[in-house]
Unconditional design. Sequence first.
Length: 354
Amino acid sequence: MSRYWSAVVHGLTPYVPGEQPKLPNLVKLNTNENPYGPSPRALEALCGEVGENLRLYPDPSADRLRQAVADFYGITPQQAFVGNGSDEVLAHTFQALLKHDAPLLFPDISYSFYPVYCGLYGIDYQTVALGESFEICIEDYLRPNGGIIFPNPNAPTGIALPLAEIERLLESNMDSVVVVDEAYVDFGAESAVALVGRYPQLLVVHTLSKSRSLAGLRVGYAIGHPDLIDALNRVKDSFNSYPLDRCAIAAAAAAIEDRSYFEATCAKVIATRTSLVKELEALGLEVLPSAANFVFARHAQRDGAELTAKLRERSIIVRHFRNPARIAPFMRITVGTDEQCEALVAALKEILTA
Ligand SMILES: Cc1ncc(COP(=O)(O)O)c(C=O)c1O
């Protein structure tokens, strides 16, 4: 607290990111990073930018990267916006497209940055309760709203909503923007990018932090009607004209162009997830059906916070959410390599049988 703060700062409740521990030799399964490195082509492109040209500003509209996104999805570059991590893309989206008189709607159990952006930008919102099995129920969103946003697959549950359900929502919600945050979609859900050409109110947000192993580079993008993209550019150019540096633009474009590396690493994560779920279930845990690179699991008799703490004593870091109370029994476990997941399962076995 300081008397020098703006009034808005006094009222903020900032997001708390997952821990990035400085300790060596951890099995780090707490922030949904990819256990495999970035595409070698991305690393090569990154190194190619390190030199004399760094004295020059980067391309403010990151044309090369937007073209790579357009080629990957079969859209036009005018339908693509890029930013410094999808968190920045989301922040601009909240300000540019989701601040209206009627309340913004999002699930009560979801990405915990959403209410933070609402606080920052003074956006009125209502949370919508997930169903009994932690699923998003479209019917509950069919009411007056100033916009709708949800992750698909949802975080931290990992549960995916079928594309047909998203289309049903779009059909009955033409007058406000619907944002689908597809941070984890490449690990097994259906992308709503296929619907962007037909629904001018749809914006789909992606990140390179998960399926393209580039969390450290900070790149995200949004795909939607050029009018929506225009709004994002207006906010971006009123905030920071150069959100992506030269290295980020080059490496991100190369990562997107390397489709076969992307497909191979996603397939490995999905295969490991399948065996991890089996192992966790064999230990008596309930695991929600996951289409993401993490699983959300609970034990009927053991507390999520206690299990998380016991794993930590064994140098295995997973994420626990205290709020809302309904998810307190769960642990969110990132799918790591086979070896990391085996270490997790062995540690849990020891904890549960002690
Ligand atoms: C649902 C969801 N959206 C967006 C993000 C932000 O990703 P980034 O800012 O790394 O692109 C995350 C990060 O964990 C997430 O879980």
